[in-house]
Design a binder for this molecule. Sequence first.
Ligand SMILES: Cc1cc2nc3c(=O)[nH]c(=O)nc-3n(C[C@H](O)[C@H](O)[C@H](O)COP(=O)(O)OP(=O)(O)OC[C@H]3O[C@@H](n4cnc5c(N)ncnc54)[C@H](O)[C@@H]3O)c2cc1C
Length: 446
Amino acid sequence: MIYDPLVDNIIPSNQPYPDSAWVSEEKKQYPKLDKDVETEIAIVGAGYTGLSTAYHLATKYQKNCIVIDANQPGWGCSGRNGGFVLPGSGRMSAPQMTKKWGEVTTKLIYQEFLDSVNAVDELITSGIDCQRQNGGYIKLAHKASKLAPLHQQLVEHSSTYKDAIIPLSQAQVKDEYLGGVKSAGGIYFPNAFGINPWLFCHGLAERVEKQGVKIFGNTPLINCLDKQNANAKQHVLFTPNGKIHAKTLIIASNAYHPNKLFPILKNKTFPVISSILVTKPLSSEQLDLLKMREGLMVMDTRPMKYYYRLLSNNRLLFGGRGAVTGKRANHKKYRTILENGLLETFPRLKSVEVEKFWSGWVNISYDDYPRIYHDTQQNILYSSGYCGAGLAFSVQAGKRLAQLLHEPHTLPKLPFWQSELKTYPFPTMRRIALHGLYALTKLRGS
Ligand SMILES: Cc1cc2nc3c(=O)[nH]c(=O)nc-3n(C[C@H](O)[C@H](O)[C@H](O)COP(=O)(O)OP(=O)(O)OC[C@H]3O[C@@H](n4cnc5c(N)ncnc54)[C@H](O)[C@@H]3O)c2cc1C
């Protein structure tokens, strides 16, 4: 059982990190807020979004802010993801974006995605040690009909992508990148890289603190009086041991805040579980069967995607869908589903020993793309709806949130910050629909 944002009314605090493959050493424990404070800007959530926002507010705009988290930095997705640093967010393909917004905007979006990878790269290069693994990323067509649309987007946008995406034939995938998996080919992103996401999040937190920003851990926001009342001059944020008075509220809680906590976000996202398993170190015989290029990361084109990478200690990380509810998240059935998925993907392996299994909530927006939004009347900003692809993008989103607050006219013209997240039309049906989708996918066997 894990905390469930659609069921629980308060996020648990002071929780240990999940037993993932990432938590490797003691890190600083940020103290809880224990008195009333006043600040210009309060940020809720110490994942990449919140920390990157604080970093840019402090470094670019010399703004005073504080960051609170119900737990320690990286307790949410940012400390438990797969560590794929990729150019992308949301769930729309390039052809879908072109259809909706046209070619010029799609190119700008793709540039933003590339910039987000560069933003992570710059932070790491400037001294965040997070076990970086270069090796690129393949989007793998799991059957022939999925290859043409992947390659088509390269033909349509070759001038934008230049050498940032390379088409791969079936034979190239097999001979040069990944021999142990059946595929029809794919596309390769050479600039993508893997990291230990938990170490990266802590490195970012240390950076932020060095800028004089106060980070409070184990400090859940349990209620807030927002500025819906036009006469109110400040937000009042209630935590168990102190109130925060803030002119501006920035919500960086991703899928993790209780659904009813923020009226501005109620029923605007759908928390869905993604789970990961990590094997024991593979033997040299097993590694020969994988035939996987060092550092390579892969995600396939199934409706319920699998993603995997070989870690530097020869452990295989394999992720995919999890349970529908928090109550069932740790049930052994879901670990077995993922284990079976791994063995179906790598049929030559026959068996593997699993060492770690954990889950987290990703945040699906109704129309499949994220939003970075400023409600100027209430003075609330949020960035949300990354649809499970938010490592690099959330770092960039932090920069954009700071910019949206202080110099919005300088933002590139992208649909991401021109509208609010859409409300799910039948919010109570979300989980029933997800159950249906999982059952249908199982029936179709894809
Ligand atoms: C299993 C899994 C694998 C993934 N793999 C990848 C990947 O490989 N690549 C990729 O690009 N993306 C991946 N993602 C998605 C990616 O991790 C997220 O998009 C990203 O980390 C979001 O960062 P964030 O800062 O917005 O949110 P989070 O890191 O989730 O942080 C939100 C924080 O808000 C805090 N919070 C919530 N409510 C409150 C409250 N009321 N009071 C105080 N604090 C509160 C939480 O404690 C939490 O720490 C994965 C996600 C999961 C779950």
